[in-house]
Design a protein around this ligand. Structure first.
Ligand code: GAP
Length: 518
């Protein structure tokens, strides 16, 4: 990434301000693994909490789960991951560097080859005489590389387990038990937020494609004959989105704006419940301030082995273009049937309304937390250039010998502001004393400690000029700053400064919490 690209500048900010940075830097870092610092850990927790509140706690039809990360190998045999969770790998015969074959082709030919077979990739390698990008050596044929991390369990090497590559299967394996103890009738969902692990051949684009990452997944279980029986469909049917269909992709079109009602009527989206979950995802993103998104239909040649229909929510990234933020798939009864077969256990549910025993079908909204956190940071990033005030008078000034001083070009000051929504901002409010003396330090500390009881994501800062302290908070995306000054001692008011407008108002100390949102 060029240093002046918005993505690179956001990555630099992430590292500089401790949002997220490569893991084990003191040992030269560890490819595909990242650590989140204080600001990043709070931001991530806020996004996860907002998701959990909206999709689990605020619903009557959702059960929460926090399952194991190290998982039984038969789960992954049943799900098809042992056989089919592969990426195409090529190796340079000379320098032995390994590359993900489809990414290499995309990089060299600038065309998307997502999901195409190894045979077709090999044809493209031959046709375009592609060589190793590092040493120009000859490349091996593309072959399958399984992305699951395997480890041994207990004191024997023979007992192995996989680190889960998606949280979804832990939900499917627990489906029947959770349905019974949760006493849920169809339709209902099970949601889980947690770590997933994939041994990506070439982790890249910072946290966008890591080897350890967090997913927030919902498996929503439906009667197989009632995929259009969605009571909330009318509410969302007039909502509009940018749809990029398979046909649009063939003609290189970005997409067309359409309502969800029309998309279902025209059979662009096959079922109402699928449309409902797409609309819900977009609505949640919009609430977090993310609107530069579209829905892209998976082409028939890129659908996962388990999916009948999938739509990705894509974000329009500054240098990368449209890329997947999350996906919503119709997984049918693929997973429950697979686990019923492998385990020999019954995965049916009795549907009271139809008096039928059915294996439910599944719509799966699958969110990636790290990808979303980075996208929120990128979307919120703004650089503002301020000309220093000294420049205005400079032409009139003189040197000690009386000659007019040659005007110099003042350095332009660049300030970074993160326009994060107050819902996710890692710090909600920062409290400053105008100066430490005259009792202002003590007063500001009292304001801060009182505020922290209701707003734990508050900080106190008394070092540097007020301007520097504002700038520090702007870079962290803090929506509000409070300054305690001499007037505070007289009338009990403080200055409340709003990040995006820079506007300042005076508010009573006991009214601060009412004056800010988030
Ligand atoms: N259960 C379905 C599933 O896992 P996926 O498209 O492979 O589907 C879902 O992953 C989401 O998880 C993606 O849209 C993305 O947000 C996130 N994700 C997947 N692989 C990732 C990786 N290597 N690094 C960061 N996030 C990833």
């Amino acid at each position: 990434m060029p240093e002046d690209s918005k993505i690179q500048k956001t990555i630099n900010l992430c590292v500089r301000r401790g949002f997220v940075f490569p893991s084990a830097e003191i040992y030269g870092s560890f490819g595909g693994f990242f650590d989140y610092g204080p600001a990043g850990a709070e931001l991530k927790a806020n996004v996860r909490q907002s998701w959990w509140r909206r999709f689990v706690q605020n619903r009557e039809d959702m059960l929460g789960l926090d399952g194991a990360v190290l998982t039984h190998p038969r789960i992954w045999k049943a799900s098809g991951h042992v056989d089919a969770f592969n990426d195409p790998l090529v190796q340079c015969q000379k320098c032995k560097h390994r590359f993900r074959a489809d990414h290499l082709i995309e990089q060299e030919l600038h065309e998307s080859v997502d999901g195409i077979s190894e045979a077709k990739l090999n044809e493209l390698f031959k046709k375009h005489k592609l060589a190793c990008p590092d040493c120009k050596g000859a490349l091996s044929e593309a072959k399958k590389f399984n992305l699951m991390f395997k480890t041994s369990v207990g004191a024997t090497e023979d007992n192995y387990a996989y680190l889960r590559p998606e949280t979804a299967q832990v939900i499917f394996a627990n489906f029947k038990y959770l349905q019974q103890i949760g006493r849920k009738a169809l339709p209902f969902g099970i949601a889980q937020a947690g770590r997933s692990f994939r041994n990506e051949i070439s982790p890249r684009n910072f946290v966008f494609r890591g080897r350890e990452f967090e997913q927030m997944e919902i498996e929503f279980f439906l009667h197989p004959d009632k995929l259009d029986d969605c009571p909330d469909f009318d509410r969302i049917s007039k909502h509009k989105a940018l749809f990029c269909t398979e046909a649009d992709q063939k003609t290189g079109h970005t997409g067309h704006e359409m309502s969800f009602g029309d998309a279902v009527k025209k059979k662009i989206i096959q079922t109402r419940w699928h449309a409902y979950w797409l609309a819900e995802a977009l609505d949640w993103f919009a609430g977090l301030g993310l609107t530069k998104v579209r829905l892209r239909q998976h082409r028939s040649d890129e659908l996962s082995h388990y999916a009948k229909e999938t739509w990705d929510v894509e974000y329009d990234y500054p240098e990368w273009g449209w890329k997947e933020l999350m996906g919503i798939a119709n997984r049918t009864d693929f997973d429950l049937l697979a686990h019923a077969k492998e385990s020999g256990k019954d995965m049916t549910v009795f549907d009271e309304a139809t008096k039928q025993k059915v294996v439910p079908h599944v719509i799966e909204p699958s969110f990636g937390l790290d990808r979303l956190v980075f996208t929120l940071l990128l979307d919120a990033f703004e650089e503002k250039k301020d000309a220093p005030k000294a420049a205005a008078n400079e032409g009139n000034s003189a040197n000690a010998d009386g000659k007019a001083r040659k005007p110099t070009t003042p350095a332009v000051e660049v300030k970074t502001i993160l326009h994060l929504s107050p819902i996710v901002a890692p710090i909600k409010v920062a409290v400053f004393p105008l100066m430490k003396k005259d009792g202002l330090g003590e007063k500001a500390w009292d304001v801060y400690t009182a505020l922290k009881k209701t707003l734990p994501q508050s900080v106190y800062d008394e070092s540097g000029s007020i301007g520097k302290r504002y700038a520090r908070q702007d870079e962290l995306g803090t929506p509000y700053c409070i300054t305690v000054d001499h007037q505070t001692l007289e009338d009990g008011t403080v200055t409340l400064r709003e990040r995006d407008s820079g506007g300042q108002t005076r508010v009573k100390m006991d009214k601060i919490a009412d004056a800010i949102d988030g």
